[in-house]
Design a protein around this ligand. Structure first.
Ligand code: G3H
Ligand code: ZN
Length: 276
């Protein structure tokens, strides 16, 4: 069943656990994420990034409706989140398209610009009842903010949350987007200091590159929403490659997309048990 992101994050936080938020690119991603969550018996968040919307010819409606329908048909609670958005007209479409939350990504702006853009989006999204996540802008763009060497300062993070009114904060603690090896080392001391300084739930981006033990420690240390994308695509693409290499005569996409979807579901189920 569909469940608002704010409720899923709050429930995970109360329980001292984490909630997995997985990136949807195709309908099969959404199906796989929900299948994995159902087999793990855990809630989950489906998230669509602005980049994924661009892939769907810039049309939010069809892929959002598909993801929302997959969420509604699920036997476990499933949230729907719009991820890494810097396009204000797209932010304005979130509520009408069934999203329970948005990550406002003003990280390319300087501190003052980030605060102004994020606070503006927060006012709109809160008036529509949505939960809002964002990240600090001083450390730069998407990959810059989550490059392994970049760190979020606890004092500044606390001030930023107070000035913007966001409900969740993405923090840079050693992970990096789009890693295909699980070799990231997190700064657990910093996670503890951020948790003490920042009143809202903390979000880990670029979690595909974080090994199981590090992820479990991060959740124990106070990270609540755990964003994962690349790990699913690695599994999907490996399965497709294997099928096509095994049989050059295949033309029906179901023959290689079905095992790819199963491979993603297995990754989701495993990671949800790690962060649960
Ligand atoms: O917002 C999405 C996540 O940060 C995904 O990052 O693809 O490196 O797992 P990842
Ligand atoms: Zn991210």
């Amino acid at each position: 069943m569909f469940s608002p992101t704010g409720e899923l994050v709050a429930a995970a936080r109360r329980a001292g656990g984490g909630v997995g938020a997985f990136n949807v690119i195709t309908l099969e991603h959404a199906e796989a994420i929900v299948a994995g969550a159902e087999s793990a018996g855990r809630p989950v968040i489906l998230q669509l990034s602005q980049n994924a919307v661009r892939f769907h010819h810039g049309r939010l409606g069809p892929i959002a409706a598909a993801a929302r329908a997959v969420a509604s048909a699920s036997t476990v609670p499933v949230g729907l989140h719009l991820d890494h958005v810097d396009d204000e007209p797209l932010i304005a479409q979130a509520a009408d398209n069934g999203f329970g939350s948005v990550m406002v990504d003003a990280s390319k702006l300087d501190y003052a610009g980030n605060v102004a853009a994020t606070a503006r989006a927060v006012r709109l999204l809160h008036s529509q009842g949505l939960w809002v996540e964002s990240e600090l802008g001083e450390v730069g763009g998407k990959d810059g903010a989550h490059a392994p060497g970049v760190r979020t300062d606890p004092e500044e993070a606390a001030r930023y949350v107070a000035e913007t009114g966001v409900d969740g904060l993405a923090v840079a603690v050693g992970s990096s987007h789009a890693m295909t090896t699980r070799t990231a080392v997190l700064d657990h001391d910093l996670i503890g200091r951020l948790r003490a300084a920042v009143p809202v739930p903390l979000v880990l981006h670029g979690s595909s590159g974080v090994p199981d033990g590090e992820l479990a420690n991060a959740v124990r240390g106070g990270l609540v929403k755990i964003n994962i994308g690349t790990a699913l695509n690695t599994a999907f693409t490996a399965a497709v490659r294997e099928r096509l290499a095994a049989d050059a005569s295949v033309v029906d996409p179901r023959k290689y997309v079905a095992p790819a979807r199963d491979a993603m579901a297995a990754v989701v189920a495993h990671l949800l048990t790690v962060i649960g």
